[in-house]
Design a protein around this ligand. Structure first.
Ligand code: 5AD
Ligand code: SF4
Length: 373
């Protein structure tokens, strides 16, 4: 019996697919080279922007033929898209050949749902539970090992679907993280360890007793072995002096910070509920550069947030110039149902968003060229 996994979205999803692979291998499946030769195909989906969802609809639709040729083929869809009830129902209704649709919190029970398929289609959502510590990962990212340290997000940035599909912040216990990393290091196959979380630097706030992200970093660095450590994604509001100092001091920590600014304009930042100002963000950048002149810094930006004027967009361009990032990701704002921003008046027309994203990316390219020179 063979499996094929199709992954969309961020590194968290890539890592979660390693768990799906672990679950399937435990059930006796092995990896298929192609969809055509698989007995089960799993789509691990992303809901962050409309484009990601459209791709899933297109690609799941393409499986109709495969299912026709092989009646026993199991098709499962999981991940952020399926945690939204309406989208999950739409998937089920549009594609009668899908066997399993499960939300993000039900993933550990994938094996149970595969067994249950014999009795009929499976649809299961909204079962927010504890972080699973029992199921194995099948690591697939070469000499890099992903380690999830927390899930969920409490920030409710007004454009973002994550808090709705991943729930509130839940940190793993430090002892479990350290144990996992010791095992990874002992295997001797991995040179790099990347800590993952929607908001890694608020790690530990929900634990009792609380522990800081900086302390976790220091404790990981005490593990003997030859590895480098990095992490993503950091929220500017939680990037404390203590964390910056720790990155600077610890040789094992890579001098790299992905620090999404999202906008360079204070009115838009406020509307986004980012809880920092442009000045505060620049202050953090200054602190990083003072302690680590060679630290690589990257960022995400959203253009065309509701009500954003041309001048406010220019503030974003200006911030990009001022910081001189190593690279940036720029996205057109995509309204996500259920979020505060999707209900705001004065949504920006698609053409304007397109123009702004192109302008920002062109600026980035120009800056990179100058940088290289
Ligand atoms: N529209 C566009 N981009 C978004 N992001 C998150 N939500 C949206 C949205 N609704 C971007 C942010 C985030 C990155 C992972 O995706 O820039 O940092
Ligand atoms: Fe979304 Fe904001 Fe949480 Fe990041 S910090 S996952 S952008 S709500």
């Amino acid at each position: 019996m063979k499996y094929f996994i199709v992954t969309y979205g961020c590194q968290m999803n890539v890592h979660e697919s390693e768990k799906i692979a672990g679950i399937l291998e435990k059930l006796g499946y092995t990896q298929a080279d192609t969809r055509e030769t698989a007995d089960i195909i799993v789509f691990n989906t992303c809901a962050i922007r409309e484009g990601a969802e459209d791709r899933v609809f297109g690609n799941v639709g393409n499986l109709k033929k495969l299912k026709k040729n092989n009646k026993d083929l199991i098709i499962a869809v999981c991940g952020c898209m399926t945690q939204k009830e309406q989208t999950a129902q739409k998937l089920m209704n549009t594609f009668p050949f899908i066997d399993i649709v499960i939300g993000t919190f039900n993933l550990p029970k994938l094996g149970y749902y595969i067994e249950a398929v014999k009795k009929g289609r499976q649809l299961e959502l909204f079962d927010e539970g504890e972080i699973d510590e029992t199921l194995p990962y099948k690591r697939t990212s070469g000499d890099n090992a992903w380690v999830n340290i927390m899930q969920g997000c409490n920030n409710f940035c007004t454009y973002c679907i994550v808090p709705y599909v991943r729930g509130r912040e839940k940190s793993r216990k430090e002892e479990n993280i350290l144990k996992e990393i010791k095992e990874i290091v002992a295997e001797g196959k991995y040179k790099k360890i990347t800590l993952l979380g929607q908001n890694v630097n608020s790690y530990g706030k929900d634990l009792n007793p609380q522990i800081t992200f900086a302390k976790l970093l220091r404790d990981i660095c005490l593990i003997e072995g030859n590895f480098t450590l990095s992490f993503m994604t950091s929220h500017p509001k939680d990037l404390t002096d203590d964390v910056i100092q720790t990155i600077a001091e610890e040789d094992k920590i890579e001098k790299f910070i992905h620090l999404p600014a999202q906008s360079g304009n204070n009115r838009i930042l406020k509307l986004m509920n980012r809880s920092y100002t442009r000045e505060k963000y620049l202050d953090i950048i200054k602190k990083i550069r003072e302690k680590m002149p060679n630290c690589r810094i990257t960022s995400d930006f959203i253009v065309g947030f509701p009500t954003e004027t041309e001048e406010e967009f220019n503030d974003t361009c200006d911030l990009v110039k001022q910081v001189g990032y190593d690279s940036i990701f720029a996205f057109k704002y995509s309204p996500r149902e259920g979020t505060v921003a999707s209900k705001m008046e004065d949504q920006i027309p698609e053409e304007v968003k397109g123009e702004r994203v192109n302008k920002l990316l062109a600026l980035e390219k120009k800056l990179q060229k100058e940088n290289k020179k």
